[in-house]
Design a protein around this ligand. Structure first.
Ligand code: HEC
Length: 155
């Protein structure tokens, strides 16, 4: 009987020892991860440029007819209806957060003739047009046009 217990103990410890060795393989060691992210971030200006080009396209195709190329709006007759599109360069709209402008683009002010673009434009296109309005139409310095800053202004 004593003999059997010893044998079981020995074989158990062999199993434990071997599984332990298997787990100790250094598979997950990350060698100097700092070298993989370079300190320079050249992707940002390119992305900003793309957003601006896309925003301009969206604006010209969907907003210019009412708000004019320079964003100043004013009375227009569209499909026989007299409308008074807002001046997007006004202090009031400069003070809106990005999210608030986005909300107007998505939901419109349908009673007043501002169409809702939800379903017609993707959210990305609507965000691009907000960037375009900030940068090219309102000429708000790029830093102030960051969503976090714009939200602070509106609050
Ligand atoms: C068919 C004409 C028309 C088109 C096209 C149009 N708008 Fe408007 N927009 C209006 C009118 C009219 C108003 C004023 C609504 C009101 O009186 O509250 C307005 C208001 C706005 C406002 C201010 C909302 C408020 O009440 O403060 C924003 C921002 C705006 N438009 C952005 C846009 C953008 C961006 C586009 C293109 C994606 C666009 N609009 C396309 C007619 C238009």
């Amino acid at each position: 009987m004593k003999q059997i217990v010893v044998t079981v103990f020995v074989s158990l410890s062999i199993v434990t020892a071997s599984s332990c060795t298997a787990e100790n393989k250094p598979a997950n060691v990350v060698v100097n991860s700092a070298t993989t992210s370079s300190p320079a971030q050249p992707a940002l200006p390119a992305a900003t440029f793309d957003a601006m080009a896309s925003g301009r396209k969206v604006y010209e195709a969907n907003c210019v007819a009412c708000h004019k190329a320079d964003g100043t709006g004013g009375e227009v007759v569209i499909e026989g209806k007299k409308l008074d599109p807002d001046d997007l360069t006004s202090a009031k709209i400069k003070g809106f957060s990005d999210e608030k402008i986005l909300g107007y683009i998505m939901n419109g002010v349908v009673d007043e003739g501002m169409p809702a673009f939800k379903g017609k434009l993707s959210e990305g296109e609507m965000r691009d047009v907000v960037k375009y309005i900030r940068t090219e139409i309102q000429k708000v310095p790029a830093k102030a046009a960051e969503p976090s800053k714009a939200n602070q202004l509106a609050n």
